[in-house]
Ligand binder design. Sequence first.
Ligand code: SAM
Length: 279
Amino acid sequence: MSTDFKPQRQGSVKQITSHSNPIVKEIKGLVAQRKHRRDSGLFVAEGLKLATDAMEAGWGVRYLAIGPEGRENKMALEAAAKAKARGALILEVNNAILSGLTRRDNPQMVVGVYEQKTLPLRAIDPDQSKTWVCLDRVRDPGNLGTIIRTADAVGASGIILIGETTDPFAVEAVRATMGSLFHMPLVRCSEQEFISFRKSWPGPVVGTHLRGDKDYRDVDYKEPVLLMMGNEQAGLSDELADACSDLVKIPQEGQADSLNLAIATAVMLFEVRRTHLKL
Ligand code: SAM
C-alpha cells in the first residue's frame, strides 16, 4: 500500500544559560530587525496562547524557548512536546534570558520562533470566499494586528496587504493579533497586481473613503466581498478608489476628521456580518 506519510524529524532539547549564545542572538535579531525576518523567513511570537494557536493551526516552528514557570505548566509542556515532534529545538532558559529575547520585564512562559506564511493572490478562490479585508499600505503594526484579530472574530476569509506595508511578522503586530495571525490567511501583492486581480472579482469591491458618496449601511454586501481600507495618512490611493464598485463613508459627528483605521475596519466588518446574519 502506498502512503504519503513522512515521519517528521524529531527536534531536541538544549539548555541555554548565556545571553551571548548564538541562538539567543538570532532570536533577538528577529525581534529587532525586519531584514533578519525577511532573510530568514522566520518570526517571533510570545506567549503560551500563541504557541498553542500556532501548533493547532499547523505552522512550522523552529525554536520554542521555555522558562522555569513553563517547565511546571501542563499546557506549556504540551506545546513544547508538539513543537519538538514537529522538529523544533526546545530551549530551556531562565527568566532573564526569556525576558531579554523580547525585551519584556515580565516574560511570558514561552517564546516561539515560527516560519512565516503568506499567499499569492492566485491562491484566493472567490467561490470559497466571504469577505477579504484589503489594506492599502497599512503603516502601523498595532493597527494591522488589531485588524487581523477583528477579521478573525467576524469569520472573514483573510487579509490582503497591498503595496509597501508594515511587517505583519513584527513582534508588535503579532502581539496585537492575540493569536489570530495563525488563523487568518495573509496575501501580499502590489497595487497593480491587485487592480488586475480585482477585474475578475465576481462580488462587490467596497472602498471606505472620507469622500464616499454612500452611507456604509446602504450597500449590498453580497459575498464574496472585497473591503478596501486606506492608509492611515493618505487614505485609499486614487487608483484603488477607482477600482471600487462602491465608495462608502461612515457618518461622523464632532470635530474628528476620521476614525482610526482599525476602528473603521471593525465598524465595516460588523456591518457586513450584520447584513449576512440579517440582525
Ligand atoms: N487623512 C486620511 C484620508 O483623507 O483618507 C484619513 C485616513 S483614515 C485615518 C484611514 C482609513 O480608515 C481611511 O482611508 C478609510 O479607509 C477608513 N476610515 C476612517 N474613517 C472613515 C469614515 N468616517 N468613513 C469611511 N472610512 C473611514
